[in-house]
Design a protein around this ligand. Structure first.
Ligand SMILES: Cc1ncc(COP(=O)(O)O)c(C=O)c1O
Length: 365
């Protein structure tokens, strides 16, 4: 079976974990501080604040921006559910915006008409590893005095105009879930250049704790959204390997593009000229998805439907759809993601290509 995702952990991660276990500091300590410092350096921001997950990073991020009950946050209608749930955690509401069906990211041309006096922020998602159209989004945010919180949970190392995703807007959030381009097992990170945001996030992730002599001083309602040194030890090693992982993903994607592009019934991902895509997912838009899935199953090739529904089709989110979201709806019916991870062999790649081509060569298709 060729899996759709495969975390690549080696001896380096195992040794780093054992070192933490031997150190006696299993909670968040010096290894986490090292991970934060190195991640901030990699992204090119002044601060990186680790969290327990990408979801908790998004929640904390919104809180640090002051998002609260009655506020509205514009989010793409096509993403993982945490994107839309995080404003709800703050008592705010997500407002769904349609996507560009070629890049799968939020369509900046459709943002402005959704802005009302309650709108406080835009949350672009860099879906599948390609940056959202940040120039246009930043211009809209500036014009309307809105905050930007980037959902970079799928875009470690992706670039927009040669600048690293994670360094745009007020802050951005990453996930280190095992399927991601790098992992810590579970974990997340907020990146920002804003000292006030960084300090607020550090306090809120630790029950609103304030810096005092004795420690147990809590200035506001906060959470336990901390990570551990065990997770960060994995993160430190994975971060060193991330450029190599991403390069392999890009090479795999290039191979698949070359072999599949000639098939009329398939659309490969359009990459904006400003973007360096890191292929968290390799996603095609196809006409006869069921047939492709049947064939992939038959050849024991993993696949994923990210995502089978646009966000406003979930019962608790349906009431936040106030506009035409046709591109998100149609895309959800036509996408399928193929394996692109760095553990694929040439043999695996050829097997994937041959399976897809066979769907379209079959006389009864
Ligand atoms: C776009 C997006 N946002 C948010 C998240 C949430 O991250 P986590 O699973 O680490 O909570 C994910 C993770 O799958 C994601 O892909």
């Amino acid at each position: 079976m060729i899996p759709i995702a495969k975390p690549l952990v080696g001896e380096e991660e195992k040794t780093a974990i054992v070192n933490v276990l031997n150190s006696g500091m299993l909670a968040s300590g010096p290894i986490t501080e090292e991970f934060e410092k190195k991640f901030a350096e990699f992204i090119g921001t002044k601060y990186a604040i680790s969290t327990a997950s990408g979801t908790t990073a998004l929640h904390l991020g919104l809180l640090t921006l002051g998002i609260k009950g009655g506020d509205k946050v514009i989010v793409p209608a096509f993403s993982f559910i945490a994107t839309a749930n995080s404003p709800l955690f703050c008592g705010a509401t997500p407002v769904f915006c349609d996507i560009n069906p070629q890049t799968f990211n939020i369509n900046p041309d459709k943002i402005e008409k959704l802005i009302t006096k309650e709108t406080k922020a835009i949350m672009p998602v860099h879906l599948y590893g390609q940056a959202a159209d940040m120039k246009a989004i930043l211009e809209i945010a500036e014009k309307h005095d809105l905050k930007i919180i980037g959902d970079a949970c799928q875009a470690h190392g992706a670039k927009y105009n040669k600048k690293m995703v994670g360094s745009f807007g007020d802050l951005e959030c990453f996930s280190f879930y095992p399927t991601k381009n790098m992992t810590t097992s579970e974990g997340g990170m907020i990146t920002t250049n804003n000292e006030e945001i960084a300090e607020k996030a550090i306090s809120l992730r630790n029950h609103g704790r304030e810096k005092t002599k004795w420690g147990y001083e809590h200035g506001c309602l906060g959470y336990n959204y901390r990570t551990t040194d065990i997770a960060s030890a994995i993160g430190n090693e994975q971060l060193k390997k991330l450029p190599m992982f991403n390069k392999k993903r890009q090479e795999n994607a290039e191979f698949l593009n070359k072999k599949l592009d000639f098939i009329d019934e398939i659309k490969i991902t359009f990459v904006l000229p400003e973007c360096e895509h890191v292929y968290h997912q390799y996603t095609i838009v196809c006409k006869n998805r069921d047939k492709i899935i049947q064939t992939l199953k038959k050849h024991e090739i993993g696949y994923g439907i990210y995502y089978p529904k646009p966000l406003h089709f979930y019962a608790h989110l349906n009431k936040y759809a106030h506009t035409d979201l046709k591109c998100a709806e149609e895309t959800a019916q036509k996408v399928v993601s193929l394996p692109v991870h760095p553990a694929l062999t040439n043999n695996d790649l050829n097997k994937i290509v041959n399976a897809i081509i066979s769907v379209y060569q079959h006389p009864d298709r």
